[in-house]
Design a protein around this ligand. Structure first.
Ligand SMILES: [Zn+2]
Ligand SMILES: [Zn+2]
Length: 242
């Protein structure tokens, strides 16, 4: 949003917003609605929002409702915006791009402790593995190049891994949220990213991103460790040619 405030002329050229999942660090309906209004003022074409069922449903709800004196009521004048729900493994053409949504290992609770306090002992064992939504990563093809946008995700799910192993990727953006710490479910750390880079032969093609400032050490320290494993470290304003 701040980027578009600084560069308002780019709003008229904005056609699509591709969302991976509904977590607040990736998706805010207010921001999308504001951009949609600005885009309509700048050009006659409505903005198109693409994402999973949760994202599209949340956006539709936001457009159709408002909060008045603590009550959710219907809203009459909603900004014009095209909503497109994506399905996993179904190729979508957004000329000149081709987008393949792949299920991410994210928004899945692994353990009972994540929903019950630790002191609660359940009388049965087993894993929780409760999927909250169909978070996506995206395989994006453009001009004979292929990019994997892998945020957010822990180690890829089996079907996603199978697709990735068939690809000759030119670039992969991978989730290194936890730096040198043990990762919580849904994310990776530097070592796991390095193992994934080895597994998918992504040397010199991988970017470590989605860095959690609570866990990731200072930039120069992280950068030199990752460089030894042939991984680049993301930073604000990073621009790449492939
Ligand atoms: Zn998330
Ligand atoms: Zn995130």
């Amino acid at each position: 949003m701040l980027f578009f405030q600084k560069h308002p002329v780019l709003v008229s050229r904005l056609k699509y917003i591709l969302i991976t999942h509904s977590h607040l660090d990736h998706f805010l309906p207010l921001v999308v609605a504001t951009l949609a209004e600005q885009k309509l003022k700048a050009s006659s074409e409505p903005l198109e929002l693409l994402g999973n069922h949760t994202v599209i449903s949340a956006m539709r709800f936001y457009l159709e409702h408002q909060l008045v004196e603590g009550r959710v009521v219907s809203k009459e004048n909603k900004p014009r915006i095209k909503l497109t729900q994506l399905e996993p493994f179904k190729l979508t053409k957004l000329a000149p791009f081709e987008i393949l949504p792949l299920p991410a290992n994210h928004a899945i609770d692994y353990s009972w402790e994540s929903i019950y306090p630790e002191e609660v002992k359940l009388p049965f064992g087993g894993n929780l593995l409760l999927k909250r939504e169909d978070a996506f990563n995206y395989l994006i093809a453009f001009n004979q190049q292929k990019v994997f946008y892998g945020l957010d995700s822990a180690w890829p799910l089996p079907q996603t891994m199978a697709v990735l192993k068939e690809q000759q990727l030119d670039l992969a953006v991978l989730d290194a949220t936890f730096g040198f710490e043990d990762p919580l479910p849904g994310h990776m750390n530097f070592e796991i990213v390095a193992q994934l880079v080895d597994e998918l032969c992504l040397e010199d093609k991988a970017i470590a991103s989605h860095l959690g400032l609570h866990w990731v050490p200072p930039h120069s320290q992280s950068e030199s460790w990752l460089a030894k494993r042939k991984i680049k470290l993301a930073y604000d304003g990073m621009s790449l040619s492939i």
